[in-house]
Design a protein around this ligand. Structure first.
Ligand code: CMP
Length: 136
């Protein structure tokens, strides 16, 4: 069944800083994702706090928000059949040391914080996250 979905992807500061933007985009394209929208931005900590609000009770929340706002990021809307699961598979486990061969985080991730990419975890959150960055 063709279950066309859109998901939000972020190339995080550690990857942008190492000029990995094009290599990571190429990995998405090879897996059949279309990049419908993209922009390179730097966000304020207050915006990172809103974006990651779901994690606000976690001990890593403050560091996470400092980190996401620490440098330029690339935000993208990716589309393909079953994009949300497909993106999560391509990203690999949250902690790069647990990520499978061939995944973005295995290849480029440095640590659980500097794990190079973010992707939406559900259809509902994908809509919220896409609106967060691209609602005009
Ligand atoms: P991301 O997919 O962007 O969603 C939340 C982020 O929190 C996650 O990637 C990690 O980079 C970061 N993080 C830091 N510590 C942890 C942790 N212990 N468990 C899960 N995520 C963590």
């Amino acid at each position: 069944m063709n279950n066309l979905e859109q998901t939000l992807s972020i190339i995080k500061p550690d990857a942008v800083e190492r000029n990995l933007e094009n290599e990571i985009k190429e990995m998405f394209k090879i897996k059949g994702f279309s990049i419908l929208k993209e922009k390179k931005i730097q966000i304020e900590k207050s915006e990172a706090e809103k974006f990651y609000k779901v994690h606000e009770t976690k001990p890593f929340y403050n560091d996470l928000c400092d980190y996401l706002s620490s440098g330029p990021i690339v935000v993208m809307v990716l589309e393909k059949s079953n994009a949300i699961l497909g993106n999560r598979e391509l990203m690999g486990a949250t902690n790069p040391k647990d990520a499978a061969e061939g995944t973005i985080r295995k290849k480029y991730g440095i640590s659980i914080d500097k794990n190079s990419v973010h992707g939406s975890d559900s259809v509902e959150n994908a809509k919220i996250e896409i609106d967060f960055f691209f609602k005009d």
